[in-house]
Design a protein around this ligand. Structure first.
Ligand code: 15L
Length: 272
C-alpha cells in the first residue's frame, strides 16, 4: 500500500489519527506548520510545512496514494487569515493529488451548512449555508473536490464533521458529536474503499438527535458505533456561552464575528 500524507498532523484530530492509523499499519507522512508534540509513531515521519508553499506540498505528496487533508484554520477567523491555508492550501493539495493520482479525504465541516435551523433534517441536497469565512472555505473545499473529480478523475471523500471531541460538552453536541473512534473508523473506511468518486459524508456518531440524514456512507461501508445520547441528562439545556438568540446548526459560529476592519492604506488622507 502506498504511503498516506496527513496534513494538520499536529492538531487534536491529526494527532489522534496519526496514532490510530499508524497502529492500523498505515505508512504515514505527517505534516503541519506547527511542530508535532508527540513521539512520531513507528514507520511515520514528520515534516514541517506551510500549506501556502505549493512546491513543498507537492514534494511531500510524491508517491502517496491518499492525502488526508486535516490542515488549515479550523475555527472562524478573519478572511485574510483563512485565505492562505484554507483556500490556496486546498488548491495545492488537489494539484498534488492530480499529479499523483491520489485520493483526497477532506476534513470538511458542519459549518458549511451552519445557518440551517437546529432540528431541521438535512440530506446532501440541502443548500450550503456557511456560517462564516471558515465554513465558506470548507464549502469551497467540497466544491474543489467536485471539480477535480469531474474534470480530472481525482477521487475524494468529504467528511462534513460535526463536533469531534473526546466527549460532547453542550446540548448542541447531542446532535453533532462525532467520537474519536468513529472518526478513526471513518477515515480508515475512506482510505480502504475500492471506489468513492466524489463523496460527502456527515461526520457524526449514531446520535438519535442527529439533524443529518442520507449521504454516501454506503460507498465506503462506514456506520458509526458511538452515540451522544448517554450524555443527555448532563447536557440538556447546556448552551455554549456564545450561543444565544436564534438556534442554528452551526451554533456559536453563527454569532461569532471575527471580521476586523481593513486598516486604511499608509498614505490615506486624514481629516485630522
Ligand atoms: C468545526 O468545524 C470546528 O473545527 C470545531 O472547532 C468545532 O467548533 C466544530 O466544528 C463544531 O461545530 O462543534
Amino acid at each position: 500500500m502506498k504511503p498516506i500524507l496527513l496534513t494538520g498532523a499536529s492538531g487534536a484530530l491529526g494527532r489522534m489519527l496519526a496514532r490510530e492509523l499508524s497502529a492500523a499499519g498505515m505508512t504515514l507522512l505527517l505534516t503541519d506548520i506547527a511542530p508535532f508534540a508527540d513521539a512520531v509513531p513507528p514507520g511515520a515521519s514528520f515534516t514541517r510545512a506551510d500549506l501556502n508553499d505549493g512546491v513543498t506540498i507537492s514534494r511531500l505528496a510524491e508517491g502517496c496514494g491518499v492525502i488526508l487533508h486535516f490542515g488549515g484554520i479550523s475555527v472562524e477567523q478573519p478572511f485574510e487569515e483563512i485565505l492562505g491555508p484554507n483556500l490556496r492550501g486546498l488548491y495545492h493539495i488537489y494539484e498534488a493529488a492530480r499529479r499523483e493520482g491520489a485520493r483526497v479525504v477532506f476534513a470538511s465541516s458542519n459549518h458549511t451548512i451552519g445557518f440551517h435551523e437546529q432540528g431541521q433534517s438535512l440530506d446532501l441536497d440541502c443548500q450550503f449555508r456557511p456560517d462564516g469565512f471558515y465554513g465558506l472555505s470548507k464549502a469551497y473545499g467540497e466544491l474543489m473536490g467536485r471539480l477535480y473529480w469531474d474534470k480530472h478523475g481525482v477521487e475524494n471523500v468529504n467528511l462534513r464533521i460535526g463536533t469531534c471531541l473526546p466527549e460532547p460538552r453542550d446540548a448542541r453536541a447531542l446532535s453533532t458529536w462525532l467520537s474519536y473512534p468513529d472518526l478513526a473508523r471513518l477515515v480508515q473506511a475512506s482510505v480502504a474503499a475500492a471506489r468513492v468518486g466524489h463523496a460527502v459524508i456527515w461526520g457524526a456518531s449514531a446520535n438519535p438527535a442527529s439533524w443529518w440524514a442520507k449521504d454516501h456512507r454506503d460507498r465506503i461501508g462506514w456506520a458509526p458505533q458511538d452515540s451522544a445520547e448517554a450524555y443527555r441528562t448532563q447536557l440538556e439545556g447546556v448552551l455554549h456561552p456564545h450561543e444565544v438568540g436564534r438556534r442554528h446548526q452551526g451554533g456559536a459560529f453563527c454569532v461569532m464575528d471575527y471580521t476586523r476592519p481593513t486598516p486604511p492604506p499608509k498614505d490615506a488622507f486624514s481629516l485630522e
